[in-house]
Every structure is written in C-alpha cells, then in structure tokens.
Design a binder for this molecule. Structure first.
Ligand SMILES: [Fe+2]
Length: 387
C-alpha cells in the first residue's frame, strides 16, 4: 500500500540571525544585479527599518531606488505603480522589506516586470505559477507571515472584493530578528498567532506532508514558549529571535500544503472589513482547529503536545480540539487581543461572509467538507466563543 504524500519543497535559500541584513549587499553582488528597488510600507520607513536596509546597500556601493507606497492588502494598482517605476529606473533586483504586504508586492512586481502592463492580466488569466525572471529578495520585519519562504503573492482586487494568489519564483530570504524589535505589541501577537495558524493549518490540511509536519510542530513549540515574552518584553532579543525563527519555520511548513478554512475566514474579514491578516487568522484559529480535530485526532494530539498541554492520552479528537481551542483563547486574552464584537462587528456582519468562505479556494483544502452551513457555523462560532 502506498503511503507517499505530496512533495515538500523550499523556494529559496534562507539567511537567518541577528545582523543578517549585513549580508544583503554581498548577496546582491553575487547575483550580478546593479539597480535595486527596495519595496516597503511608509511605516517601515518611519520606523527606521528601510534605512537599515538602504545603509546595507550603500556600504557595498549598490545603486537603489525606494518604493514606499505599499499598503495593507496590496491591490493590483499598487503593484502596477511599483512596476512602472521599476521598469523606468532599469531595476534588475527587487527587495521586499516588511510584513506580508511588502513581500507580496515585491513578488507581484516581478510578475509585472515579466511583461510590463497591468498585472491584473496575469492575476486573472495566467496559470497560477508564473516563471518570473528578476531576482526577488525578501526581508521580513514581522514574525508572522512567513512570506519570505513561500512562493505565493496575494494581491487584492478591490473592485471585486477578492484576494488573488499567484505563485512566483523567489531568490533569497534574509531573516534578521533585529528588524522585528520595533513591532508594536498588538502586531506582535497578531502576527505571532498568524504563524501558529500557518503551522497548525499546514499540519491539518488535506495535502499534508511529512517534512511540513516537522517544521510546523517545531514552530508551534517555539511560539508557545516565546510569544508572550516577545509581547510583554518587546526589547527581549532572545524571544524576538525565537519568534522570527518560528515564523520562518511555519512559512516553510505551509509553502506546499497551503492553509485552509481559517485563512479563508481571514480573507473574508480583510476583503470586507479590512481586518489585518494576522488578526483575522488568529481570531479564526481556535474554531478552525476545533472544527477539524474530530477528523484528524492524531494530528491534533501532536499540536496539543507541542503546546505542552496536559493530556490523559485517551482523549477523543473532539476533546483535543476543545483543549487546543481553549488554550489558544486563553493566550489571546492574556495578550489583550480584541474580539470581533469589541472591534464593532455584529454576529450578522460575520456570518454574512459564509458564501465568501465557501467560494475561497483555501476551503477546498480543509479536511472537513466545507458546505455553506459549515462556513456559516464556523463564522458564528468565531464570533460567539471569543468575546
Ligand atoms: Fe497567514
């Protein structure tokens, strides 16, 4: 009997550790690139992080142009804007610096540069995997998204209230925990639990694989040991380093198997209410795992053990799901995460997103068959059980 699983792969090399950003210039020289575009959000510039990156380029005498107009949930028009400048400036290497939005914009700008013109043509018509040519280097400044070690670029089409995924080549990830030190407390917890959701959804998805499990389990263990310290002591470099590594491992975990219904819910929240991605994933996480636990009980036991929950050993899947969900909600309360109700949404606002969740391609990877009723029930439960 065959027991093989779908392939595991890693998109690009990863340089990790304090001061890793100092390797950027040398790596660009190895690539032979002459003109760099640094792609970031204004907030990354205001926090002084973009300067750390451009200083690293200047020390090596590398020419660059900066694009600092990335927005949350980047739209195709922002990508087009970056692409026009990149082409006009003769850019031959893209460096995305920031959270998922900046890194997604860098990846999608590589799509634009393949054949300059509105990137929407590719997003709507091309096959999902696009063989881009310009090198893309990714530098995360949160410990959450894992986008630096995945091939997916997620772009919003605001007129259609949808997010679109395209898969592109990436060249290198540089993960320097010192770049996460100024991350505000609420973003520390949101993005940290987003990383947890990457690991846990990858471990419970239909197309799981053995290697992703290894990264996912280790990431959950590190997050449970370090997230509270990173939140309560923002300048604790050890906790920040552990979280940066955990988020990177969680990214490696979900690159191939992808995520499932928790991320479909988060996509619906952000498309309709502009809820930050990490917050949406975190709020959906407990009920996502409670939903799937009865059909993947042994996988939920691995997750519960990685969280160091006290177990008897004979729990049912349903019981394991409840234990894991309760523990996650306790973490969320301890780190003062706001509920959907506290954010001003009604239960009807949230359950009205059921059709979106049903139609999101990620729901098809959920180990539970997602019907309209399943989608409506999980949305209601997300609202009800964390207030
Ligand atoms: Fe995520």
């Amino acid at each position: 009997m065959s027991t093989y699983r779908p392939a595991f792969s890693q998109p690009a090399p990863i340089i990790f550790g304090r001061g890793a950003i100092n390797a950027l210039g040398g790596e660009i020289k190895k690539l032979g690139s002459k003109k760099i575009m640094v792609i970031c959000e204004k907030g990354i510039e205001d926090a002084g992080i973009a300067k750390v990156v451009t200083d690293a380029l200047e020390r090596e005498g590398i020419d660059y142009v900066k694009f600092n107009r990335v927005i949350s949930d980047p739209s195709d028009s922002v990508v087009d804007e970056a692409g026009v400048i990149a082409v006009a400036e003769g850019v031959d290497c893209l460096v995305g610096v920031g959270g998922g939005s900046s890194m997604d914009t860098a990846k999608a700008t590589a799509i634009y540069m393949l054949d300059p013109g509105p990137v929407r043509r590719y997003i709507l018509q091309a096959p999902p995997t696009i063989d881009t040519k310009v090198p893309v280097i990714l530098v995360p400044t949160t410990a959450g998204t894992g986008s630096e070690c995945t091939t997916v670029a997620i772009i919003s089409l605001p007129d259609k209230s949808v997010k679109w995924s395209a898969f592109v080549n990436t060249t290198l990830a540089i993960v320097d925990p010192e770049l996460t030190m100024t991350l505000p407390k609420y973003e520390t917890v949101n993005t940290g639990l987003d990383a947890f959701s990457h690991a846990a959804e990858a471990m419970t998805v239909r197309d799981w694989n053995y290697h992703s499990d290894l990264f996912g389990e280790a990431a959950i263990r590190k997050i449970c040991k370090n997230l509270y310290t990173a939140w309560s002591e923002p300048s604790n470099i050890e906790a920040r380093s552990e979280m940066a590594l955990a988020a990177n491992w969680a990214g490696l975990a979900f690159n191939n198997p992808i995520t499932h219904i928790g991320h479909a819910c988060a996509d619906a929240f952000s498309c309709h209410f502009h809820t930050p991605h990490g917050l949406g994933c975190a709020l959906a996480l407990p009920e996502t795992l409670a939903l799937v636990a009865p059909v993947v009980p042994e996988r939920m036991r691995v997750i519960a053990n990685a969280m160091e929950l006290t177990l008897r050993g004979d729990e049912t899947g349903e019981e394991l799901g409840k234990l894991v969900a309760d523990a996650l909600r306790a973490m969320m309360r301890k780190m003062e995460m706001k509920s959907l109700k506290a954010l001003g949404y009604s239960r009807a606002d949230i359950t009205s997103l059921a059709q979106d969740v049903l139609e999101n391609h990620l729901s098809s990877y959920c180990p539970v068959d997602v019907t309209f009723e399943v989608a409506e029930n999980i949305l209601g439960a997300i609202y009800d059980t964390y207030q």
